[in-house]
Design a protein around this ligand. Structure first.
Ligand code: URP
Ligand code: ZN
Ligand code: ZN
Length: 466
């Protein structure tokens, strides 16, 4: 079994920092040994990684990605191969992607289809959530089979009527079914019925530019849908996880439910922390690069989101990585913003953008690791295999240089998309080395991974349920 010693670094965990060395044996962490004056223990290994001056982190876990997702008449541009490679460049060692049930198809056939897309193609480990878009007796029964197959989180949509939308009654039925096994329902909480009316009014009035995507999806309609989802989950006694929360109205609803002791959790994404409605309003159709749902909000929402991350009303930061190229894909919506495929790239830069939040004083170092790795692992049944640097855990480890400077750009990123949402942004901090189950995927700034190294993760239940 090959061994690697990571020596001289500062381990950052969700509970603090510690100057310690890590011995990796095969795919697992064998020993974490604190360096103390007077204590002289020598460890030898096949390979020595000198992490002096660097952080040593548990690999990032991005629980919201969409590789090769069918959407808006096209497919998101990253395959499992290109997307997981890009993730590793940014220090993410696990993704949880969404299998997408098409109307009229079964959940189990959908799961098989997503296994066929991912198996043998991923550079890092992966799991699946299931998008339920067709609630009927068969689907409801199949939810149990999904859970037995290691997929125990089900995303539903209050948005996109005619595509993924589910009625309140359908949502209640699915929540009742999930609740029987302790599974989690994940909710895209926007009032799609009201939004569709606003969209039709805007198009009829000739307001067709990308900024209208944001203006027709007001934050109040995210707040309203979030509150409704919370009430439905309360009635069904079902754990609820609000995905890609963007608006302070929605955050207030989540905070209230959590104060009341309900099993309600939420994530936000870097785009809502850093980008705004102003980006959607960029001229010459450039705003299309920023079309995602929920939309980017006016800047005032950002402070509330950072505060929510500190207070744990927002527990996780994921990316909702769903890239569409500007050319030929985003361009499908020239002259009609409602035809722009919804989604933005981001899987590569989540750890960096959150570290930038640490540098800016928005988050502490341990909170960075907690929202990007440890809590996602616990929330989606991967802990302690993932999300922690401890003996016995998978050796998913990132060596991070907190002093490196980098400029985000499409010219240098590794995602299979022709633009960067953060083009030209200068940040401090960069991944040096990423290990996935003990194997280097990124090795001192060079790709060293292999397609097919990543394995499917059968996940347990949410570990935060009260
Ligand atoms: O615009 C987005 N968010 N696209 C991906 C699908 C989803 O709703 O998460
Ligand atoms: Zn969504
Ligand atoms: Zn999504």
């Amino acid at each position: 079994m090959s061994t690697t010693l990571i020596a001289g670094g500062t381990i950052v965990t969700a509970s603090g920092t510690i100057d310690a060395d890590v011995l990796v044996e095969g795919e697992k962490i064998a020993v974490v040994l604190a360096r103390q004056p007077g204590l002289n223990v020598s460890m030898t290994a096949d390979r020595l990684i000198d992490a002096t001056g660097k952080y040593v982190l548990p690999g990032g876990i991005d629980v919201h990605t969409h590789m090769e997702m069918p959407f808006g008449g096209t497919f998101s541009a990253d395959t499992f191969e290109t997307g997981t490679r890009a993730a590793a460049w940014g220090g993410t060692t696990t993704i949880v992607d969404f299998a997408v049930q098409a109307k009229g198809t079964s959940l189990l056939a959908t799961l098989d289809k997503w296994h066929a897309k991912a198996d043998g193609n991923c550079a890092i480990d992966y799991g699946f959530h299931m998008i339920v878009s067709d609630v009927n007796d068969t689907t409801l029964k199949e939810m149990d089979s999904c859970i037995a197959a290691g997929v125990n989180s089900f995303k539903m949509f209050m948005a996109y009527p005619g595509v993924f939308y589910a009625t309140d009654g359908e949502i209640l039925l699915a929540m009742q079914q999930a609740a029987r096994s302790g599974a989690t329902v994940m909710m895209h909480a926007e009032n799609g019925i009201a939004i569709d009316q606003l969209v039709a009014q805007a198009i009829a009035a000739g307001r067709t530019d990308p900024v209208n995507h944001g203006l027709t999806r007001p934050p109040e309609l995210e707040g309203e849908a979030t509150s409704r989802a919370i009430v439905l989950a309360q009635v069904a006694n079902c754990p609820l996880y609000i995905v890609h929360l963007s608006a302070r109205q929605a955050l207030a609803a989540v905070a209230e439910a959590r104060d009341n002791g309900q099993n309600v959790f939420a994530e936000t994404c870097p785009q809502y922390l850093y980008l705004s409605l102003d980006d959607l309003a960029r001229p010459d159709f450039e705003g299309a690069k920023f079309v995602a749902s929920p939309p980017l909000r006016p800047k005032e929402h950002q402070d509330s989101l950072w505060r929510g991350l500190r207070s744990n009303d927002l527990s996780v930061v994921s990316t909702d990585h769903c890239p569409f190229c500007f050319k030929d894909q985003k361009e499908l919506g020239r002259g009609d913003f409602s035809k722009i495929p919804n989604g933005m790239p981001g899987v590569e830069h989540r750890m960096d953008l959150l570290h930038a939040g640490v540098v800016a004083g928005q988050l502490t170092l341990p909170r960075w690791v907690e929202v990007a790795s440890t809590t996602p692992a616990r929330m989606f049944g991967l802990y302690p295999r993932k999300g922690v640097i401890a003996a016995g855990s998978d050796a998913d480890i990132v060596i991070y240089d907190p002093a490196a400077r980098q400029t985000l750009s499409a010219a240098t990123h590794h995602m299979n998309v022709d633009y960067s949402a953060y083009e030209g942004m200068e940040i401090t901090g960069q991944v040096v080395t990423t290990l996935s189950r003990g194997r280097p995927v990124i090795d001192e700034g060079t790709y060293a991974g292999s397609t097919g190294h990543g394995t499917f993760l059968s996940r347990g239940l949410n570990q935060y349920l009260v």
